[in-house]
Write a protein that binds this ligand. Structure first.
Ligand SMILES: Cc1cc2nc3c(=O)[nH]c(=O)nc-3n(C[C@H](O)[C@H](O)[C@H](O)COP(=O)(O)OP(=O)(O)OC[C@H]3O[C@@H](n4cnc5c(N)ncnc54)[C@H](O)[C@@H]3O)c2cc1C
Length: 240
């Protein structure tokens, strides 16, 4: 059993995502045949084509680019939030097929670590207690296999770490970044979202040039709940 560390990898992406989306954008509004469209998009301003369709709200064009992330060291609490995004595809480590008899890693909220070493040690002891309960139930339920695991896991915490693959197209990712890079989002999913955004900007700088919380593009939509940190958020975005 150990403290989990967030790890986010961009496993695969549509090759040349900016180019594919720019081609889709250009194709809709041009007479040209495919060969000349391809030549033009390969050699000219892809960001301009992408920016124009996005301004028009013609966002289906951005669905041609797809991104698969591998993530580990995140909590089941994060998983519950992430899987609310229905346009994404997921593969998640199973608590039915995978036994936690040897222990489970767990996420310690920074707010608990910030209370001090004694408090963090108490949190870790609680994780170990839950692991002991898990093993007791596994034993009573027949020790091995999915039928024991699937019910013993009811005493596992939201802090239990998991690993997963998630695939989203660029349109869904932009929506995800708007919601989850915002300061109103919970800290763990927010940190993961910012790391995903950095990877996307590297892979497709034009497509994700303006992606992120709404305050990057205009007024904060949160009204009286605004964090008031638009300037700091813009700086973080610039530094990605
Ligand atoms: C700060 C914050 C607080 C939250 N608090 C809560 C909470 O207290 N309780 C809670 O239950 N949830 C909460 N949520 C989750 C939230 O309600 C959404 O379920 C989650 O953010 C996924 O967003 P989505 O449905 O827009 O995205 P996705 O499921 O990724 O869908 C993307 C878009 O596709 C369209 N779409 C998808 N499915 C449909 C459909 N069936 N019909 C029509 N259009 C569709 C919509 O335009 C949607 O915005 C919170 C989210 C955030 C960011």
């Amino acid at each position: 059993m150990a403290k989990a560390q967030l790890k986010v990898m961009l496993l695969r992406a549509t090759p040349d995502p900016d180019e594919v989306v720019a081609l889709g954008a250009r194709l809709c509004y041009a007479q040209a045949d495919l060969d000349s469209l391809r030549e033009r998009v390969e050699t000219t301003d892809q960001q301009g084509y992408i920016a124009r369709v996005m301004e028009r709200g013609h966002l289906s064009v951005t669905e041609h680019a797809s991104f698969t992330f591998a993530v580990e060291g995140v909590s089941r609490a994060l998983l519950a939030q992430l899987t609310r995004h229905r346009i994404a595809s997921f593969s998640v480590q199973s608590q039915r097929y995978v036994s936690m008899a040897d222990g489970f890693d767990f996420v310690v909220p920074p707010s608990i670590s910030a209370l001090g070493e004694a408090e963090e040690a108490e949190f870790i002891r609680q994780m170990e207690q839950m692991h002991a309960w898990y093993c007791q139930w596994q034993e009573k339920l027949g020790k091995t296999g999915e039928s024991a695991n699937q019910d013993a896991r009811f005493v596992l915490p939201n802090a239990a770490a998991t690993r997963l693959l998630v695939t989203m197209n660029a349109r869904e990712l932009m929506h995800f970044f708007e919601l989850r890079c915002c300061s109103r989002a919970q800290w763990e999913i927010r940190e993961m979202a910012w790391q995903m955004l950095a990877l996307c900007r590297e892979a497709a700088p034009s497509l994700f040039a303006c992606a992120g919380p709404a305050c990057l593009r205009g007024a904060c939509p949160e009204g009286k709940n605004t964090c008031g940190k638009a300037k700091e958020i813009k700086e973080r975005h610039t530094a990605l």
